[in-house]
Ligand binder design. Structure first.
Ligand code: GLN
Length: 189
């Protein structure tokens, strides 16, 4: 199994490590030719405006969008979630716009820049998943066809739509492999 990790900016190395711990091979994606032969793609956290601009600059925006539309499993975390959303509240920035969700950036407020909390994620079973939020977005609304997988304080923080998985938090910063394993299972199912 070969999983690409978008490596333009942000927390890509941590995703690679955890994917490798799950038994997957990984490849850093910086150029369109790095997309050939991938079984799945991770879009890490970082700064969504920066990543979006770099996606345009390196001619990755259109090919990744097309692969996603054709069914490639794509996992977006934090900034990656923002890039997957069809609507970003109050912003006009380059994005992949693959998921029928609307998101708000930096939405938990400045006073709680970063925090960690136990999340109940029924699809992963017990125990709760320890989630790290860093200047995190959340999902404001979802269209039919999007499965809400977890909420925190009534805000949607994890969702799936067919081959797309989006988390508002940073699953690569914990030792819990379950969410990456769940994503890898999406390759087969
Ligand atoms: N605040 C960032 C953004 O808007 C996301 C933060 C993150 O990925 N940790 O892109």
């Amino acid at each position: 199994m070969l999983v690409g990790v978008l490596a333009l900016q942000g927390a890509f190395r941590e995703h690679e490590k955890i994917l490798q711990s799950c038994g997957a091979n990984t490849r850093q994606v910086r150029l369109p030719q790095h997309l050939a032969g991938l079984d799945a793609l991770v879009i890490p956290g970082g700064e969504s405006t920066a990543i979006g601009k770099l996606l345009v600059k390196y001619h990755l925006l259109a090919p990744i969008k097309e692969l996603g539309q054709k069914g490639l499993p794509v996992f977006g975390t934090c900034a990656g979630l923002i890039l997957l959303a069809k609507k970003i509240a109050g912003a006009n920035q380059p994005a992949l716009q693959l998921m029928d969700i609307a998101v708000a950036r930096n939405a938990f407020g400045r006073q709680v820049d970063s925090f960690e909390t136990g999340l109940t994620i029924p699809a992963l079973g017990e125990p709760d998943y320890q989630a790290v939020f860093i200047r995190a977005p959340y999902i404001i609304s979802v269209e039919p066809g999007v499965e809400v997988m977890a909420t925190y304080q009534n805000k949607i923080v994890l969702a799936r739509q067919n081959n797309f998985l989006a988390a508002a938090f940073h699953p690569e910063l914990t030792n819990d492999l379950r969410l990456h394993q769940y994503f890898l299972e999406m390759i087969i199912n």
